[in-house]
Design a protein around this ligand. Structure first.
Ligand SMILES: [Zn+2]
Length: 391
């Protein structure tokens, strides 16, 4: 006969729910926790005592004590519990120490030129950054684990990078290499950067409370992160959401993946800069084209219109497939979207099925360029949030 959950299992679930609540929403009064977690006051008191003893929360008197009566203690996450978060992007490598509550305590950025990137040139600066940050960690701080975001197709179970066309990686064991730097006692989780940006915007950004979301990120290529029914849609092996490689123009240009006419060859930075007759690459040049268009430069305006049109075609496809409540445009796509919003919306209205598109909101990220870092921190915190009594 199957029995219900034990007292201990229920306690751990409740501890996880409380810790997740203050981790995502910040300082919260015990009274609010009682209401929002549906638990009684004495249970909340026992749970906060356990979490405080584990060094995961702090309790304090509220600053505003205007009202009469005994004030409800405020519960806040303890940033001494921390993770390392890494992002490997087209133009820079970043390492950060992030405290519980999602606060970036320390960060080190290493800018780099675009193009092929031997893995050792990623791991060495990250290892240096970790060592430098470790020197300033206060005594008593507790390391939970690490997460890394990379613009690539990543195998979920061990962080093997199957394909990262913009840095030239095929079957690169990034998870294994980072585990050697960080030590074997805590997990290192590697995920696709767009997936992590979607997760971060969903948990603490523009899409809080929005359970169906498509996040589009532009840098050297186009990445996609999809949340469906409140859960990341990663597919069987973790490779889902490669929206940049949906073929939209079979007669189009060759793509880094080996196919021709992928969406990113029509809406990526290179497509915009080519259409605007500009040499070079990068977000600054994209911004310069957007500026030129705003000042009336006809070539730049045409380029924005052309890319905006292709952007709209792809968004309409995605809206028809996923029926999202929100589509977020991040990275260099943020600037392109803002300049071409009318174009994108009009394509979506012509090509999107009315029932699929009628409630969709088109947005830019709230977390800006920190979204990938915060998403990487989020996956590193996840084992602790699932079971705060983890040894
Ligand atoms: Zn492709």
């Amino acid at each position: 006969m199957r029995t219900g959950p034990s007292q201990d299992e229920i306690r751990r679930l409740n501890l996880g729910a409380l810790l997740r609540y203050v981790h995502l929403r910040g300082p919260t009064s015990r009274a609010e926790l009682t209401t929002n977690l549906g638990l009684n006051r004495s249970t909340i008191g026992a749970l906060t005592a356990d979490l405080a003893a584990a060094g995961l929360i702090l309790e304090e008197l509220p600053r505003d004590r205007g009202r009469a009566g005994r004030p409800s203690l405020v519960v806040r996450p303890e940033p001494a519990a921390y993770v390392f978060a890494f992002t490997i992007e087209a133009d820079r490598i970043t390492a950060a120490r992030v405290g519980l509550g999602g606060v970036i305590l320390d960060r080190r950025d290493t800018p780099r030129p675009r193009g092929e990137l031997p893995p050792v040139e990623v791991v060495a600066p990250l290892a240096d950054a970790v060592r430098a940050m470790q020197r300033s960690i206060p005594p008593g701080a507790r390391y939970i684990g690490s997460g890394a975001a990379v613009s690539a197709m990543v195998r979920r179970e061990d962080g093997l990078v199957r394909l990262a066309p913009h840095v030239g990686w095929v079957d690169e064991p990034l998870g294994e290499t980072l585990a050697k730097v960080l030590g074997p006692d805590r997990p290192v989780t590697i995920r696709n950067g767009a997936d992590l940006r979607a997760l971060a915007e969903h948990t603490r950004g523009a899409a809080v409370g929005c359970d169906n979301l498509v996040y589009l990120h532009g840098d050297a290529g186009i990445g996609g992160g999809i949340i469906a029914g409140g859960r990341p849609m990663t597919g069987h092996g973790g490779y889902g959401g490669e929206v940049g490689h949906m073929v939209v123009n079979p007669a189009g240009s060759p793509c880094g993946c080996g196919a021709r006419g992928c969406w990113e060859t029509e809406v990526g930075e290179a497509a915009l800069l080519r259409a605007a007759a500009r040499d070079g690459y990068g977000r600054e040049l994209v911004a310069a084209v957007v500026d030129a268009a705003a000042r009336g430069d006809a070539v730049a305006q045409n380029a924005i219109r052309q890319v905006g049109d292709w952007l709209g075609f792809g968004v309409a496809n995605l809206v028809n497939i996923f029926n999202p409540e929100m589509v977020i445009f991040g990275g260099s796509l943020r600037e392109v979207y803002l300049a071409a919003a009318a174009q994108v919306r009009s394509r979506l209205n012509r090509n999107g099925l009315p029932a699929c598109r009628e409630h969709v909101r088109l947005r830019t990220p709230l977390l800006g360029d920190d979204a990938a870092l915060l998403g990487a921190a989020e996956v590193a915190f996840e084992p602790l949030l699932k079971d705060p009594l983890l040894p």
